[in-house]
Design a protein around this ligand. Sequence first.
Ligand code: 13P
Length: 248
Amino acid sequence: MRKPIIAGNWKMNNNIAQTKQLIADLKPLVADAKCDVVVCAPYTSLAAAVEATKGSNIKVGAENVHWAEKGAYTGEITADMLLELGVEYVIIGHSERRQYFGETDETVNLRVKTALAKGLKVILCVGELLNEREAGITPEVVRRQTKIALTGVTHEDLDNIVIAYEPVWAIGTGKTATAQDANDTIKIIRDCLKEMYCEKCGEKVRIQYGGSMKPANAAELMAMPEIDGGLIGGASLKAEDFSKIVNY
Ligand code: 13P
């Protein structure tokens, strides 16, 4: 059985003071969680997040990482820099990176390979745009993104990968994919993993849903057999809402 994993993606929110406060509020509310709990914070708040979560069941993630060991990449951060802070997870390939910062399937693949080689756990984001959904090519899009992102990633590495299926049209819009639609697309991603690796490999990878997930729809989404968790944006910024999702 796959253990569910609920992760918050704070995006460009929460300075150090807000990070300390949110985690202090969150800790008692999620202490009995049956799922893995992760908060992904902006770089400048990571050290505070690691410190504030010490001794709790909350893990800390970053929102991106570069693939190179070091060098002339202004504004970027290496995996070693994250590890030095005590960060365990990293989101890679979020649609906002793809949309606003020129992230491609190929650069996602480079980041994924380096993150895994360094020992970070990866939350790999895939998902179709609205026009792709309307054109009926969601399966092709998520299969392409998954296959390219995981090129060169081994069977063993899969233990350190979580995939987040985030239909781009559902992010921050209040529009949620129906639980059935989300389940169906996640099944497509899982079948793709089975083709690429093996039946068991596809079965063991946890695949989250992300996109306007909130307390009101978490239970329905989490009840679907293929959905193993959530990647939560807006609702992860409030301790009460996020904890209700965690305790779905
Ligand atoms: P919202 O939950 O705000 O729709 O964001 C989802 C998301 O992008 C998480 O990575």
